[in-house]
Design a protein around this ligand. Structure first.
Ligand code: GAR
Length: 208
């Protein structure tokens, strides 16, 4: 069984999707063993506790910079003996001390079709605001490995939704979460835990 450590910062609906998927047997070969939050009081922590999953809080605000924060996260991941790290609404960019040691072992969910509306500064509702501002007719979410550049690691899965004329950022966010994120994140985690993702020339391919 692979040990899955989930990093969160907020409401944790993606964490909930992972918890539900594990319970219903959708995630094969892995189990969530720890949830780490960058924010004390994040509702995601309550979701973990309600399901008997151990939690840790490493507050981003207590560290002066990304490197010192990332070192603290790295120590926790090593202690937890994480086989897979999932960034599920984790709003902090991790330094290369983490991404290098856990290369192709960190999966992120980004709420747009990478390479659009991604990179530093694009997170949460800001992503959907930018997509609506641009006037795209489809958007979606991307599940990808995390590397040294924000939102630039190998893409594992993507899914789309239509953008409607009167969408608000909140409405579009919800449509993408329900139709793409909550389905594809557990699917990618399950594929990883079954060793069904292969990397060839820096790109990720699903082995059927
Ligand atoms: C999700 O839409 C996730 O894709 C996004 O934040 C939301 C978190 O929701 N993540 C990012 O923007 C990361 N760059 P949740 O806490 O309910 O899972």
């Amino acid at each position: 069984m692979k040990k899955i450590v989930v990093l969160v910062s907020g409401g944790g609906t993606n964490l909930q999707a992972l918890i539900d998927a594990e319970k219903s047997g959708i995630i094969k070969g892995g189990s969530i063993t720890c949830v780490i939050s960058s924010k004390p009081g994040a509702y995601a922590l309550e979701r973990a506790e309600n399901n008997g999953i151990p939690t840790r809080v490493i507050p981003r605000k207590e560290y002066p910079d990304s490197v010192s924060y990332s070192r603290a996260v790295l120590e926790a991941l090593d202690e937890e003996q994480a086989d897979l790290v999932v960034l599920a609404g984790f709003m902090t960019i991790l330094d290369e001390c983490v991404t290098k040691k856990y290369a192709y072992k960190i999966i992120n969910v980004h709420p747009a079709l990478i390479p659009s509306f991604c990179g530093e500064g694009f997170y949460g509702l800001k992503v959907h605001e930018a997509a609506l501002e641009y006037g795209v007719k489809v958007s979606g979410a991307t599940i990808h490995f995390v590397n040294e550049k924000a939102d630039a690691g190998a893409i594992i899965l993507q899914g789309t939704v239509n953008v409607e004329r009167d969408d608000t950022p909140e409405v579009l966010q919800r449509r993408i979460m329900e139709n793409v994120e909550w389905k594809l994140l557990p699917k990618a985690v399950s594929l990883f835990c079954q060793d069904k993702i292969e990397i060839i020339g820096g790109k990720a391919y699903v082995r059927e």
